[in-house]
Design a protein around this ligand. Sequence first.
Ligand code: GDP
Ligand code: MG
Length: 169
Amino acid sequence: MSNDKVVKVALVGNPNTGKTSLFNQLTGLKQKVGNYPGITVEKKQGVCKLSDNIIAEITDLPGTYSINPTSMDETMVLDTLLNEKGKSFPDVIIVVVEIENIKRNLLLFTQIKDLKIPTILVINMIDQMKRKGISIDVKKLEEKLKTKIVLVSARKNIGKLKQWNIQFD
Ligand SMILES: Nc1nc2c(ncn2[C@@H]2O[C@H](COP(=O)(O)OP(=O)(O)O)[C@@H](O)[C@H]2O)c(=O)[nH]1
Ligand SMILES: [Mg+2]
């Protein structure tokens, strides 16, 4: 256990994209989930085993629309992502967007990517795809955004971090 490598992962995204649901699914913890903004008032942390000797320490951050803070929550998120010496400074950022509002959510993604911290894009709520008649060309979007994209449904438990095939090194 003590020889395990710890990878710090931060969950970032607009409010209501399912960050806390994903956090709960990955860590087995049960943070309160809600469909109104501001329910994640502080950063919560949990762990998730990735492989025999890698542990992801996951931080669930409050929802944020951009990295130009207009609230205390957003200021806290930005501080976490800018303070390289901070305890929660991430090795990897997971930007969570929801399937119905990918375009709007991508503003934040582009800003986060500019921070030059390794970032992947998680598109959540894929259980809604069929019903809403949405389809995505993941490969094309990955090329366009120069990022790895993972499709998940935090609600239906589709898409486990372990299977994401991310190289943490
Ligand atoms: N259909 C669907 N709803 C989801 C999914 N993930 C989260 N939700 C719902 O979206 C709302 C916001 O979720 P939450 O995890 O609190 O989002 P957060 O604000 O980003 O932390 C809640 O009502 C969740 O039940 C998903 O994969 N599919
Ligand atoms: Mg939340």
